[in-house]
Write a protein that binds this ligand. Structure first.
Ligand SMILES: *[C@@H]1O[C@H](CO)[C@@H](O)[C@H](O)[C@H]1NC(C)=O
Ligand SMILES: *[C@@H]1O[C@H](CO)[C@@H](O)[C@H](O)[C@H]1NC(C)=O
Ligand SMILES: *[C@@H]1O[C@H](CO)[C@@H](O)[C@H](O)[C@H]1NC(C)=O
Length: 328
């Protein structure tokens, strides 16, 4: 059983890295040659800040470097959002591009792109080991901005995709000066993470509110609920419009696209609450309570497990639907 899994995983890694090459998501800045991926033990995470005053060219803020903050557009009056890419991602990853644009279209924010590429760009195994180091560095950075520059933890959220969701979790565990308000885990990675080892992964205690969107429980994404609320678009296994998607790359990325769309406020994703995760597995949810998935406002957020209907292509949201009729 274990051997089969490892073998499958090796194959996935090889094919997944080819997938990445095709999508071209990380090529623009050539992060792999920019950093020395092999020398990843002492490698540092970098932080790129975008605001409405500098939507095109980020300010780089360096841990414990006061000047880098003073010379930046960081404004502690505005809410802060940290975006964390996954394995082999980088600054131009889809989570950064879509969420940065949609947050800044929404309002004044400090949008931090967490570039942990030097720690995330080698083998998947190495990257999972490096999740802890990356999370600790993000936590130290948040404590620094809070202590010296007035960052408001009560209006700080972290959004992480795949392995980045676990980096967000480790960050939440290590912030010393208070608690992060919210973490959104976008299809948190499953391989090599376990429900039984919450210290190594994203967990409901890592922020005041933890919401996860599960879009590829068939393969790359974490299957079981590991937050306060867990949303399962299309029952979570894989996503409509993704074709056969045997390795799950398309479905895995959909979590990012759904979350980014939920920030637009134009259309809405509604989840229908289920009694338990078992109802997700057997595709029978009919409690009828509906709650919005994603978005930026945490009022009225429920806790529990939710099924979410979605479309095949953008815009994916289905708006409000009389769910009771669907499942009766
Ligand atoms: C990482 O940051 C520390 C502290 O700022 C610095 O001393 C060190 O040289 C950095 N390491 C690399 C590889 O840039
Ligand atoms: C994994 O990391 C170690 C050191 O951190 C490095 O020596 C090794 O080459 C890395 N493996 C791969 C496949 O990148
Ligand atoms: C589905 O799972 C739920 C929760 O485990 C269970 O109560 C219900 O009976 C199951 N329904 C079917 C049709 O299997």
């Amino acid at each position: 059983m274990k051997i089969n899994f490892a073998f499958l995983f090796l194959i996935t890694g090889i094919v997944a890295s080819r997938d990445m090459a095709f999508t071209g998501g990380t090529e623009e800045l050539d992060p792999i040659s920019k950093y020395n991926a092999q020398n990843n033990e002492k490698a540092n995470v970098s932080f790129l800040l975008f605001t409405r005053r500098n939507p095109l060219k980020p300010d780089e803020i360096v841990l414990d470097n006061e000047e880098s903050v003073e010379n930046s557009e960081f404004n502690p009056q505005n809410p802060s959002r940290f975006l964390i890419h996954g394995w082999r991602g980088g600054p131009s990853d889809v989570i950064n591009v879509l969420c940065q644009a949609n947050y800044l279209a929404r309002g004044d924010y400090n949008i931090f792109i967490v570039d942990w590429c030097p720690l995330a760009s080698s083998s998947y195994l190495n990257a999972t080991v490096n999740v802890r180091e990356a999370g600790k560095q993000v936590a130290a950075f948040i404590d620094f901005l809070h202590r010296n520059h007035g960052l408001n933890l009560a209006s700080t959220y972290i959004i992480g995709h795949s392995l980045g969701a676990h980096v967000a979790g480790i960050t939440g565990k290590h912030v010393k000066r208070g608690r992060i308000r919210a973490i959104f885990g976008l299809d948190p990675a499953q391989p090599l993470f376990s429900i039984d080892r919450p210290n190594e992964r994203l967990d409901a205690n890592d922020a005041e509110y933890v919401e996860n969107i599960h879009t590829n429980t068939a393969f790359k994404g974490f299957a079981k609920p590991i937050g306060d609320s867990s949303y399962y678009p299309n029952w979570g296994r894989r996503q409509p419009g993704c074709g056969a998607d045997l390795l799950g790359s398309c479905s895995h990325e959909r979590a990012v696209r759904y979350f980014a769309e939920s920030l637009e406020g134009r259309s809405n994703f509604y989840g229908v609450q289920c009694e338990s995760y078992g109802n997700i597995e057997n595709m029978t949810c009919n409690i009828g309570v509906t709650v919005k998935m994603g978005g930026d406002l945490l009022d009225f957020k429920g806790s529990g497990v939710f099924y979410v209907p979605v479309g095949e292509k953008y815009p994916f949201a289905k708006g409000k639907i009389p769910y009771m009729h669907l499942f009766s």
